[in-house]
Design a protein around this ligand. Structure first.
Ligand SMILES: CC(C)(COP(=O)(O)OP(=O)(O)OC[C@H]1O[C@@H](n2cnc3c(N)ncnc32)[C@H](O)[C@@H]1OP(=O)(O)O)[C@@H](O)C(=O)NCCC(=O)NCCS
Length: 165
């Protein structure tokens, strides 16, 4: 099936908000209300992407620190409609390529709850390395939670993509 990663528009917000609210996802991923998403959309530091297979959206990725001066970009949020079918890694791999091709990012990082084994496996499959636990780095539903920090650096992506340095 034909897959494309496109920059989201505000018309995609209902899909994004429904996806981050899917049953069972509340244990793993944050969710914002519409004003919060609209503010992130407009603030110039977030890049929203939607993955499309055929003509249907299959998931979204939000990057924070897009084209930042520090050359560090955070995968702030990712979720797919149908997990465990390889779509998350396809979506993330495409978003990684966009970040490294379209910006001069040196480091892409992502934080996940250490018990999110499915996410960790998907992230490792697209080149992220676990670096360690950042204690209390996520304020999630009013609770300070530890996050596993994973990252990949541009030279690692270049080696994986077979792109000359
Ligand atoms: C995280 C997410 C985007 C990953 O996308 P995905 O499409 O599910 O991932 P993939 O299917 O590409 O890969 C999942 C891998 O985890 C494995 N897996 C599935 N369930 C698992 C579990 N409970 N424990 C360990 N591994 C698991 C799968 O077998 C697969 O690995 P393999 O292909 O090597 O066998 C998706 O699961 C999702 O949207 N989850 C809900 C929201 C979320 O957790 N977001 C991330 C917050 S950091």
């Amino acid at each position: 099936m034909d897959f494309r990663l496109v920059r989201a528009t505000e018309n995609d917000l209902p899909f994004i908000m429904a996806t981050e609210r899917r049953a069972g996802y509340d244990a793993f991923v944050g969710r914002w209300d519409e004003p919060c998403h609209r503010q992130a959309f407009a603030d110039g530091t977030h890049a929203y992407f939607v993955g499309i297979e055929g003509s249907a959206p299959i998931g979204f990725v939000i990057l924070r620190g897009w084209a930042s001066a520090e050359r560090v970009t955070l995968v702030k949020r990712i979720a797919v409609v149908a997990p465990g079918q390889g779509q998350g890694r396809m979506l993330l791999a495409a978003a990684i390529d966009r970040a490294f091709v379209e910006t001069d990012a040196y480091r892409l990082c992502i934080g996940l709850f250490p018990d999110n084994h499915r996410a960790r496996r998907a992230y490792e499959a697209v080149g992220f390395t676990a670096e360690g636990i950042a204690r209390g780095s996520a304020l999630f539903n009013g609770v300070h939670r530890d996050e596993l920090v994973m990252a990949q650096l541009r030279p690692e992506w270049e080696r994986r993509a077979g792109t000359p340095a």
